[in-house]
Design a protein around this ligand. Structure first.
Ligand SMILES: Cc1cc2nc3c(=O)[nH]c(=O)nc-3n(C[C@H](O)[C@H](O)[C@H](O)COP(=O)(O)OP(=O)(O)OC[C@H]3O[C@@H](n4cnc5c(N)ncnc54)[C@H](O)[C@@H]3O)c2cc1C
Length: 485
């Protein structure tokens, strides 16, 4: 809890009810500001939300969202709004080959980081001896720091470092590229190295995976309650169309479809394209053109999810990574969310970096998914598909090609008393809920600083464990050295 409390009566408007906006709004409310969170839609969550799908008459997530132990700001935000216990954690990731052979990747309880994943890597049936050797070499090399401005792509690095076709297809493409939602040739090496270190090297705790036991919007309803309890409110169905800064009163006036809103501070917690749409309707200021130029360098990556309800049990697994096919991830929602009391099984299949899949029609996408699923789970062949839904998110994430960091602005905006948030701003993280939560905490710190207060909302990273404790990055020249402590 921070000591700093805003002077009574100070107000802030946060535009955008995604994870970035919610985390900024809750931190500012805790700092004593009267906060209004203004959201265009009728519910919270943004790109991480759920709704009742009319075609299947069920509440579904727009897509399964997973988090990891290293997501310290997202977890901190969940703790603040009292929903952290609604996440179910696991340290096992099961790979399945067509035909059904399983390879569980899990952490050893006995070996120190970064060796904790080694026994299951060595035992992996889905990888050849050469694949395993190549992966072990790659992991060792990626313990070395990669300069953040490296112009190399992951694809070029994999070629240069002797990665086998099996290691590329079954690990790099499926696990790492799909986490970053792009092909290996479109990913800046430092981002891939970060994912490897956080999920596989730093500690078993950092790499453990979390999945919600409730739909996303139900999880985020905790933010609305938190704001109300702290004197704030959420204004739904209010698209912000422009803002005016009054120098004399030092106040912002926002134009929304449902009327004007006034505040001392403004947080724009929008995706990059939403920020671009607002720019022409903001006051002229130095730095606006530069910001527009940065936004222009961003691109989207699509993610698709197929939701299937079968009349019987299909698998005893909660989730799995599916190898060598179009569908990548399976989540067994009947097991993850038992309160649904589904007769039979509700499965969600996720396809990342899915340009090709996103071009399919609904029928084609569902047929392909069921056909492929039957190759992993024989029960599918005899089961009846009761109902199905396809969700295509063409603007799911921003991509992280080399050079993207120069196009990610800080929280400081061109305007007075206005700060930026959103997963795409400078957080060091790829397009994730953690990046969004970090950006929200950074925005809250920037607002407190503008009031002359020092507060810290950014949760620190988890400390590396085991042998990884002794590997430190030397800030100046990016060399590794053995720590003296
Ligand atoms: C299909 C899919 C799968 C994903 N999987 C994962 C995953 O497994 N793990 C993970 O960590 N991340 C995942 N992500 C990424 C994650 O969802 C995003 O990085 C994160 O939610 C972004 O949050 P944000 O607040 O920055 O932006 P957004 O969620 O886009 O929030 C912006 C909000 O602003 C609102 N808005 C826009 N314009 C206006 C306006 N003019 N006035 C008022 N409101 C406005 C929008 O309605 C929205 O609610 C996934 C994303 C998608 C789409």
């Amino acid at each position: 809890m921070n000591e700093f409390q805003a002077a009574p009566g100070k107000t802030a408007i946060v535009v955008g009810g995604g994870v970035a906006g919610m985390s900024a709004a809750c931190a500012l409310a805790e700092a004593g500001l009267r906060v209004k969170l203004v959201e265009r839609r009728g519910y919270l969550g943004g790109r991480a939300s759920s709704y009742r799908h009319p075609g299947v008459d069920e509440v579904i997530d727009n897509c399964q969202h997973v988090l990891f132990g290293c997501c310290t700001n997202l977890i901190g935000f969940y703790q603040r709004i009292g929903v952290a216990e609604r996440i179910r954690w696991t340290s096992t990731m099961t790979m399945i080959e067509p035909g059904g052979r399983r390879t569980p990747l899990k952490s050893s309880r006995w070996l120190p980081a970064p060796l904790h994943g080694l026994p299951s890597l060595l035992a992996a049936k889905a990888l050849t001896r050469d694949d395993k050797m190549a992966l072990a070499q790659a992991f060792r090399k990626l313990m070395q720091p990669v300069p953040q401005d490296s112009p190399e792509t992951l694809g070029a690095w994999l070629k240069r470092n002797g990665q086998t076709p099996g290691a590329i297809d079954r690990f790099w493409r499926l696990v790492i590229a799909s986490a970053l939602n792009a092909d290996v040739d479109g990913i800046a090496l430092p981002y891939a190295a970060k994912v490897i270190r956080e999920l596989f090297l730093n500690s078993a705790e950092a790499g453990s995976m979390g999945m919600g036991t409730v739909p996303l919007s139900e999880l985020y309803a905790g933010a609305e309650q938190f704001l109300r309890e702290h004197g704030g409110e959420v204004v739904f169905n209010a698209s912000v169309e422009g803002a005016v800064w009054d120098e004399e009163t030092s106040q912002w006036t926002l134009a929304t479809r449902t009327g004007e809103q006034l505040a001392d501070f403004l947080v724009l917690a929008l995706p990059f394209e939403g920020t671009a749409q607002l720019l022409p309707h903001m006051p002229p200021a130095d730095g606006v053109d530069a910001l527009a130029g940065q936004i222009g360098k961003h691109e989207h990556g699509p993610i698709c999810s197929v939701h299937l309800w079968f009349d019987r049990e299909i698998t005893d697994l909660d989730h799995a990574v599916l190898l060598d096919r179009e569908i990548h991830w399976m989540y067994n929602k009947s097991r993850l969310q038992p309160w649904r009391k589904t007769k039979g099984t509700y499965l969600e299949l996720v396809v990342s970096a899915s340009q090709k899949f996103a071009a399919l029609s609904r029928e084609e996408a569902i047929d392909l998914t069921v056909r492929e699923l039957a190759e992993f789970f024989p029960e599918v062949a005899g089961a009846k598909l009761e109902k199905a839904a396809l969700v295509k998110e063409v603007r799911a994430t921003f991509t992280v090609p080399p050079g993207i960091d120069a196009a990610r602005p800080t929280a400081i905006s061109p305007w007075p008393n206005c700060v930026l948030a959103g997963d795409w701003i400078q957080t060091g993280w790829p397009s994730t809920m953690e990046s969004a939560a970090r950006s929200g905490h950074l925005a809250a710190e920037a607002v407190c600083a503008a009031m002359g207060g020092a507060c810290s909302y950014l949760n620190p990273d988890l400390k590396p464990k085991g042998l990884m404790r002794f590997i430190r990055r030397k800030q100046q020249n990016s060399m590794i050295f053995l720590s003296q402590d």
